[in-house]
Design a protein around this ligand. Structure first.
Ligand code: MGD
Ligand code: MGD
Ligand code: SF4
Ligand code: MO
Length: 681
């Protein structure tokens, strides 16, 4: 007889798939975790990373108690203290900082460690406390914002296709996305489409594992995607295949956009993108005559100087082809705008407006002496590893006058610079509410086991901090279940019939939207109500009025000087950002840090396969093993994100050479748009 209890939960990680999982619990201990076979998107499978989640919750290096620094900043030397001592020190230091410098001297640096609406960034956990204290606002723009903004100029939202409808597409473009690594559950729907005859094209400078599985791979020059979009539309026009009725009734600015398209004939686009004219023409002809065409374009291509514009212009394609008429047609980037949860960060609790500090610009923010940051409060983030310009961040974190608190599960690179470390729960130990950014379901995560050691959830930690500060605002003390009820309290039709009771019983619920879900059937949420090829809002923000092409830094730099190689730092197959990059088995599978280099670039430098090299530019360097590979074109090299610096030879990782520059929109980071050189280590 099994005494095993099944507890339904959800994967909290920053991944579009937000899987539904089932935890088996025996005698208060989690003994198994499986993908929920009943969930239509999870379909019973987790992934190579989260298959080790339970093991990770019990890892030897898990932080279980509050810690106080005893060595110099960066040394990672701590002593164990009690929660009482930690809360006292927090209350004393915060009160002093606020008195002397004002609340804005606090930077609540929240990352994407969990996407929960209660514990995580989707619900702005902690925001109410920060507002009562008058802390600076934190602009969590590191991941997807540039592309989201670009899409919003065209469509009025970053929301697009229901990814499940890719099963109905007859042409699928996997564009700047590594599906089999960064959100593999979509693949089942791609396969369903293929069985029905769909053609699958992967557009990526790297021949990824996704490219290997596609029918066709176009190894585009980084940051030239908008030019390709215009070139494909040029062929659609040549073929006379534009949907004139759709253009006339559902779009704005067709005449001007058509002029822009005509400036990009395939021959010119071949020169810009490095693709052959024939391959551009062939795909253009396919696009012209295949309905529905579904475009999956995720975050990869917007990590460039022209990245926002790339998504803006790609979003114009279905306006020309009329693909939004059909399930399986259109563009898919993000589904989170469809979850109308009633997030209440309570900005009304602020006494006065406060500044906004930008996640991607941590180094700059900490270097500012005018209105200095005196407390950096890091939660669900590992900025020393994940954020651009690592060496500058490291110097800034070493500032003795900076009071740094890190709420963490593991002793990350960032933890080494903390004054205080607060032990954080993991997903099986706390409650949360989730919505995917790659599907249309809400999920409830029921805690399965008690937290180990003295770990506390984010919400509980902030409740205790508020109490220690003697704050009497009742909204600071709402329980997790009260927060869940508030999130679900909405008149929005998509939440019709969705209750907390039901979620807790069933684990997940599909949003109350049509199935198949076809967006924009009632118009676009733009100022004109139409798909906007021309956008007054874009113009007002200093972008072109007409959607077009803005090159990336690496593609506009004609003479590349001392740093001639373009570096791409994409998702790792075995880590999730920096999470799991301390797991011994996943580290073993990932092999040492590697950098893919085309044979031509290796040979011209006298470098050989397997050699340990340094990748460097003016900002810094990191060490990796060279892998000679035809997966990258000459002039382009690639090394995955996620590695902890302290676990890497040389003590740095990829973001040592990623500059703190902005993408064209929303100050997005340019993780795939940097110039470097390589040499023996
Ligand atoms: N296993 C795993 N899964 C993850 C993550 C992870 O770290 N590991 N990270 C998660 C997170 S935080 C996010 S935001 C998503 C990101 O998932 P993706 O959107 O897939 O993002 P990236 O891996 O940055 O880039 C995807 C692909 O874009 C390509 N690319 C780079 N530049 C260009 C370009 O200019 N044009 C084109 N066409 N392609 C380009 C890269 O070579 C890469 O193969 O994945 C999530 N899923
Ligand atoms: N070079 C390069 N760098 C990149 C990218 C890239 O493509 N290339 N991608 C960027 C992208 S897309 C993203 S989203 C960012 C992510 O950057 P971050 O938001 O900094 O995410 P992580 O580095 O994964 O760090 C998350 C931390 O949160 C902790 N954590 C997880 N759950 C919880 C919790 O419930 N409570 C608390 N207190 N902590 C928790 C984990 O242990 C982990 O250390 O990285 C960016 N960095
Ligand atoms: S990381 Fe993504 S694929 Fe893996 S379990 Fe979580 S949601 Fe699913
Ligand atoms: Mo991300």
């Amino acid at each position: 007889m099994s005494r095993e209890l099944r507890v339904l939960g959800a994967c909290p990680l920053d991944c579009p798939d937000t899987c539904s999982w089932v935890v088996g619990v025996e005698d208060g201990k989690a003994v198994s975790m499986r993908g929920n076979p009943e969930h239509p998107f999870t379909r019973g499978a987790l992934c190579v990373k989260v298959n080790r989640y339970l093991e990770h919750t019990r890892a030897d290096d898990r932080i279980l108690h509050p810690l106080r620094r005893v060595g110099p900043k960066g040394s990672g030397r701590f002593e164990r203290i009690t929660w009482d001592q930690a809360l006292d020190e927090i209350a004393t230091r915060l009160t002093a900082i606020i008195e002397e410098y004002g609340g804005e001297a606090i930077w609540p640096y929240q990352g994407t460690g969990t996407l929960g609406y209660i514990q995580g960034e989707s619900g702005y956990a902690g925001r109410r406390l920060w507002n009562v204290l008058g802390a600076s606002r934190h602009d969590l723009n590191i991941c997807a914002r540039a592309g989201a903004m670009g899409l919003t100029y065209t469509n009025g939202t970053s929301g697009g296709m229901d990814p499940e409808t890719f099963a109905r597409s007859r042409l699928i473009l996997l564009w700047g996305t590594n599906t089999l690594t960064s959100g593999h559950h979509l693949w089942k729907f791609v396969q369903d489409a293929r069985k029905a005859g769909a053609h699958v094209v992967c557009i990526d400078p790297i021949r990824t594992r996704t490219a290997d599985q596609a029918d066709e791979h176009l190894p585009i020059r980084p940051g030239t995607d908008a030019a390709l979009a215009l070139g494909l539309l040029n062929v659609v026009l040549e073929e006379g295949a534009e949907d004139r009725d759709y253009l006339a009734n559902h779009t704005l600015g067709w005449d001007e956009f058509q002029q822009e398209i005509l400036r990009y004939p395939p021959a010119r686009v071949a020169e810009i993108t490095g693709l052959s004219e024939e391959s551009i023409r062939a795909l253009g002809v396919r696009l012209a005559h295949t309905r529905p065409t579904g475009i999956r374009a995720t975050m990869g291509m917007q990590r460039h100087e022209g990245g926002g514009t790339a998504l803006r212009t790609i979003a114009c394609i279905p306006g020309v082809t009329g693909d939004w008429r059909h399930p399986g047609g259109g563009v898919s980037y993000d589904t989170s705008p469809y979850a109308p949860l009633n997030v209440q960060p309570r900005y009304d609790l602020l006494d006065q407006p406060v500044r906004k500090l930008t996640m991607t610009r941590l180094a700059e923010g900490l270097e500012d002496t005018g209105n200095p940051v005196k407390c950096l409060w890091v939660y669900a983030a590992n900025p020393l590893t994940s954020t651009p310009d690592q060496n500058r961040i490291r110097r800034a974190l070493a500032r003795e006058d900076l009071f740094t608190v890190v709420m963490e599960q593991f002793p990350t690179d960032t933890v080494d610079y903390a004054d205080l470390v607060l032990p954080a729960t993991m997903q099986i130990e706390h409650a949360d509410l989730h919505a995917g950014y790659g599907h249309l379901y809400l999920l409830w995560n029921e805690p399965a086991v008690a937290p180990p050691g003295e770990c506390l959830s984010t919400t509980e930690t902030f409740r205790r901090v508020a109490a220690r500060l003697g704050l009497d605002e009742p909204a600071l003390y709402d329980s997790d279940l009260e927060l869940a009820e508030q999130l679900l309290t909405s008149d929005h039709p998509s939440l019709d019939g969705v209750t907390l009771d039901r979620l807790r019983k069933e684990g997940w619920v599909r949003l109350n939207v049509a199935d198949p879900f076809v967006p924009f059937t009632d118009g676009f949420p733009t100022p004109s109500g139409k798909l906007e090829f021309v956008s007054a809002r874009a113009a007002a923000m200093g972008h072109g009025r007409v959607a077009g092409y803005v090159p990336s830094m690496v593609s506009r730099t004609a003479s590349r000087g001392p740093y001639p190689l373009a570096l791409i730092t994409p998702a790792s197959h075995t880590f999730l950002n920096t999470i799991f990059a301390n797991n011994p088995e996943l580290l073993r599978r990932a092999k040492g840090p590697r950098v893919l280099v085309n044979e031509a670039d290796a040979v011209s430098r006298g470098l050989v396969d397997g050699q340990r090299i340094k990748v460097f530019n003016a900002g810094g360097e990191f060490v990796a093993d060279l892998e000679v590979s035809d997966r990258v074109q000459p002039g382009v090299i690639a090394s995955a994100k996620g590695r902890w610096s302290k676990l890497s030879a040389g003590g740095t990782s990829v973001n040592a050479v990623v500059e703190e520059r902005d993408a064209d929109m929303a100050k997005g980071a340019v993780f795939h748009d940097n110039l470097v050189e390589i040499a023996p280590a």
